[in-house]
Ligand binder design. Sequence first.
Ligand SMILES: [Mg+2]
Length: 160
Amino acid sequence: MFFPKAVLPSLLHLTPAWLRERGLKGVILDLDNTLLPYGEEDLPAAYQAWLEALRGEVPIYLLSNALPERFARVQTKLGLPGHAPALKPWLGFRRALKALGLSPQEVAVVGDQIFTDVLGGNLVGAYTVLVPPLREGEFFYTRFIRMLETPFRRPRGGLG
Ligand SMILES: [Mg+2]
């Protein structure tokens, strides 16, 4: 339950071709430290280009535990469907799947945290993808959680 199905060196490696090869037709995407550096609201240029390429091919749903005001500002800029706070890992994923109109097996759940993104995605049976966090300057609590996550930060059965 805590192991991602795949680990990518960065979000930029999640391409339409990569998704297609795995039969994936949609993406549930984490926001903080996955798409945006923690605390920022503007996409780095490389990520903007990445997002434009991906959204032309597959539907993307933003699922975040961020506070609603911050999420709303970012969502307006990006123009993507989504909701927050999602209370991952327990809530939000079924609503996201329903919005995408896809079955869990057809959807990649992509994020930087094991205990929210990966666990939540695995619980609904989606294809979970772990990416490295964009920025480490976070609350002590998050750093502590990350330390607990360390043994799980690889796919089951070796690197893939
Ligand atoms: Mg995150």
